[in-house]
Design a protein around this ligand. Structure first.
Ligand code: C2O
Ligand code: CU
Length: 451
């Protein structure tokens, strides 16, 4: 992001050294650890997660200093069930404030993680997540005003998976054949320290916290839940043998039907769930997942064995995507660039957490027309709701983008229309560009009050 506006605001963390020279496919990709409840009641699971300094074995050799949820480079995966509450207590052992946001969650304002809703050093906050929404792959990450970019970069990210009986009944690949993968980029110095400097090109790609790992698989179907946890990089992922992948879900859960797609397109914060079938692969086959820019990301090694694969990908996935209610009002959102080149205002204003930018009537359905006039590609994330994309530059969205979404790419000089219903949870929330450097340093965030 060398020409990014607002660079005077960037707090560079660490000292630049030559980039680490890494041998690809040295380590296996770890499976993410699940969070363990401290208590479980009839309708809720309780967790305590400590926000702390820690170290992680990212590359061979020296450990890397990180910021962490619970000790690891990627926080423990919280596994929730629809209509069972998760009560997550976050304790802050850092010497600076943090904010915890559940990205994609339909969450009351008090637990959503507004950028000024700080957990101060030494403090504690209990967030309650109702999980009334459909099964989906969400994630939690830092959202501290003007600091989310370096915080997330240093490790304040973790996955959050909601299941529901409908999805369980579909017999999609499950258990050890359902694998969450957080992909992100980084700049690793040759002493394995993580450098936060968005002027540089971050070319180390990490899958579940390991650079270009391998992952042993059995000759059968797998469900992979990809999250792009990069600060600002978009991934365009393909398989090295050129075959299509079957996408089954987007940000907010299952698509209406599986979509065969040549590539998996995920900008910062987006999720794509795919099924890859290795059953036709001879023992010993190596298949690479590769990104259009960074090249090889992950190597699947077909070296395990398994019993009969009883999983399936049904032709219909979601019960149905409900028809969109008629909209009560429309709203225009313009993404621009200030003449001095320092800020990306939204509707002419840079972020002020105390100002109210959009007032939304509780119970209403709105169509937002989001237009880029800055001449840059952005994406757009709305808290509180899952929305539907109506069109992109006047055309129907790609089939992979027709399900529930919370983050959408806004093409350079493009126009995207989305529709969302604000059914419950009054309060103050944000919407913003999820290129985190834009959100943190260029004012590219705004507030909405639902009342
Ligand atoms: Cu992923 Cu406002 O955040
Ligand atoms: Cu942006």
């Amino acid at each position: 992001m060398a020409q990014m506006p607002g660079m005077s605001m960037v707090p560079i963390k660490g000292t630049v050294r030559p980039a680490a020279v890494l041998t690809p496919f040295t380590d296996a990709m770890p499976r993410l650890a699940d969070a363990v409840p401290t208590a479980t009641t009839a309708d809720a699971d309780y967790y305590t997660i400590n926000v702390q300094q820690s170290t992680a074995a990212i590359a061979p050799g020296a450990l890397t200093s990180i910021l962490s949820y619970g000790g690891g480079f990627i926080g423990p995966t919280i596994r929730a069930t629809r209509n069972r509450r998760v009560v997550a207590k976050f304790t802050n052992s850092l010497t600076e404030s943090v904010v915890v946001h559940l990205h994609g969650g339909h969450t009351p304002a008090a637990s959503d993680g507004f950028p000024t809703d700080e957990i101060v050093a030494g403090g504690t906050k209990v967030n309650t997540y109702p999980n009334t929404q459909r099964a989906a792959t969400l994630w939690y990450h830092d959202h501290l005003h003007m600091m989310e970019a370096p915080h997330v970069y240093q490790g304040l990210h973790g996955m959050y998976i909601i299941r529901d009986p409908w999805e369980d009944g579909l017999r999609l690949p499950s258990g050890r054949y359902d694998v969450p993968i957080l992909l992100r980029d980084a700049y690793l110095n040759d002493d394995n320290s993580l450098l936060y400097d968005p002027f540089l090109d971050w070319t180390v790609v990490l899958a579940n916290g390991k650079p270009r790992p391998y992952f042993p698989v059995a000759p059968r179907k797998y469900r992979f839940r990809f999250l792009n946890g990069s600060n600002h990089r978009a991934f365009s992922l393909t398989l090295s043998d050129g075959r299509p992948v079957v996408q089954i879900a987007s940000d907010g859960g299952l698509l209406a039907a599986p979509v065969s797609t040549a590539s998996i397109e995920i900008s910062s914060a987006e999720r794509a769930e795919v099924v890859i079938d290795f059953s036709g692969c001879a023992h010993g086959t190596q298949l690479f997942l590769q990104d259009a820019t960074l090249g090889q990301v992950l190597r699947f090694d077909v070296t395990e064995s398994c019993g009969a694969d009883l999983s399936q990908v049904p032709a219909q996935l979601a019960a149905s995507l409900p028809p969109l209610p008629a909209a009560n009002r429309t709203r225009s959102i313009e993404l621009s660039l200030t003449p001095d080149g320092n800020y990306f205002p939204i509707n002419g204003q840079i972020f002020d957490p105390d100002r109210v930018d959009s007032r939304i009537a509780l119970g209403s359905t709105e169509i937002w027309t989001i237009t880029d006039v800055s001449g840059w590609e952005h994406n757009f994330h709305l808290h509180l709701v899952q929305f539907r994309i109506l069109d992109v530059n006047g055309l129907a969205p790609d089939p992979t983008q027709r399900g529930w979404k919370d983050t959408v790419v806004i093409p350079k000089n493009g126009v995207v229309r989305i529709q969302a219903s604000f059914t419950d949870y009054p309060g103050k929330y944000v919407y913003h560009c999820h290129l985190l450097e834009h959100a943190s340093y260029t004012g590219m965030m705004a507030t909405m009050v639902v009342a």
